[in-house]
Design a protein around this ligand. Sequence first.
Ligand code: AGP
Length: 620
Amino acid sequence: MCGIVGYIGKRKAYPILIKGLHRLEYRGYDSAGVALINEQGQLNVYKAKGKVAELEAFCESKDTGGTIGIAHTRWATHGEPNTVNAHPHYSESERLAIIHNGIIENYAVLKAGLMEQGYTFKSDTDTEVLVQLVEYTQVNQHVDLKTAVQLALQQVIGAYAIAILDKTHPDTLIAARKGSPLVVGIGEDEYFLASDATPIVEYTDQVIYIEDEEVVRLSTKGQSTKDKGIDITTINNVTKTPEIKRLELSLSQLEKGGYPHFMLKEIFEQPRTLTDSMRGRVNVRQDNIALSGFIDNKDRFLNAKRIIITACGTSWHAGLIAMYAIEEFAQIPVEVEYSSEFRYRKPVINKDDVVIAISQSGETADTLAAIQLAKSKGAFIFSICNVVGASIPRISDSGCYTHVGPEIGVASTKAFTAQVVALTMLALCIGKEKGTLTEEQFIRIVRELGQIPDKIERVLGQNKRIADFAKTFTYAQNFIYLGRGYNYPVAMEGALKLKEISYIHAEGYPAAEMKHGPIALISQEMPVVVVAPHCGTYEKVVSNIQEIKARKGRVIAVVTEGDELVSKIADYIIEVPQTEECLTPLLTVIPLQLLAYHIAVVKGCDVDQPRNLAKSVTVE
Ligand code: AGP
């Protein structure tokens, strides 16, 4: 996700800002920029697509003077990753400059209103709308910058962390947040601002964590409260007392949010990342889903004779779950293809086919080639991707971004659950539009979708217990993972997680397949993980577990809270809350992510960068 850095004080701002951007590079980004007010009162904005190093090269010949500035690394959400869309953004008069991390859901409405007032826009970003709104408010209501920011943010729906400068007030830096983090560092007659403490920790350990809907003014002279030049109010101008905390984490720990590995951080981010993924799309109050990629292409989906899903690895598992949902709710035949096979086996592809490509990175070579083939045959390409402007979404006809921020751990976790949510939303929209899904079913599942982040939070609460019993399985050379229905792909995903980070061989199977060979493998030496939530063919899964126990197999079962049957026969139980059958994968996969993680950690494996693996397989 985007990174924010700000500085106001006695030193040259530019070196501090650039170093701060480097500190935030781990968050992932596609462009960077800086705004500085120099000694002559000029507001200079410099931006570059690509890495911070490219911004530095661009700035070498520029005036980078000044003791106040803001800087930004952008993870594109609205608008392609390019220089025009990079932050900071000027206001119309070029008196203001803003940087922003977050998504403004109602930016289109705000933009239309400003255009009616004669404002023009250079970029496709929601951020530029915000800085124009602040300037419009300042000019028309004759208020200072901070008040204009408060009034403008009262009109904003969505998430933001912003920093804004006014070249006519070079002694003041204004910042605000809602939903995206912001930290103030307090130095000696200088202040630092950042998305997290990594750019700040080398200058000071005194920080203030800004809370939602708070606006902070950092000033090096003029008004100064007991905290010397800092005042914090809400967007409704209620004064807040800054709470100064002492930083206790190292730089490396800070980059991982205090977690030992990016993978664990990303597993624990899932309640928030799914909330972000559903933001502006799932509206529980109105019992509605607004998926622009579907709305703009309804006919293609409604007239589709077949949907082909093409992906690799974890994304392929998400596609398998989508097959169950789309066929159940939309009654359209679905084929799920490994991209590497699909692209070479001379498949039959028709013009009325819809091809859904699923890819976290948007750069997987086989998936890219698969949709290029499908496109050449006239099929409609819809992609589910996490990286705005990546190759796969760029050649797709439409799509849906998962908006979970960069996934650093090679083993995909938060991207997977977001892919499942996106695909479930799509299946529900098609089914509702076709009438193959009743209004009552649609509303029931939409409301339950809104509950999923909290329910995942409850599953994460079992992390310590899972860590404890994971230690007893590090001896194993092989695992089998079993599931039925929506949870058969979850069994495969759990097996892949274990394989790729602990190097223990594991296979995922439909539970009923045991009788067709694998049951010959059952022994005490090979743990069996069974995904057995109380839905669908639960009784059949119970029988499968009994067959395994009868042959002295050791069973770890993922069950629904309050389960009384499996709990009596399995060796280890992990409970997940009750939910709609089609949403069970979002809960049952969490214990499997944690189990794989803890086994790998006990084995001393490199969890974030497992051997032989790349985060994105951009070659065949
Ligand atoms: C998943 O944990 C793996 N890292 C891998 O299977 C991955 O899902 C696969 O390479 C597909 O990547 P993509 O989603 O970026 O296309």
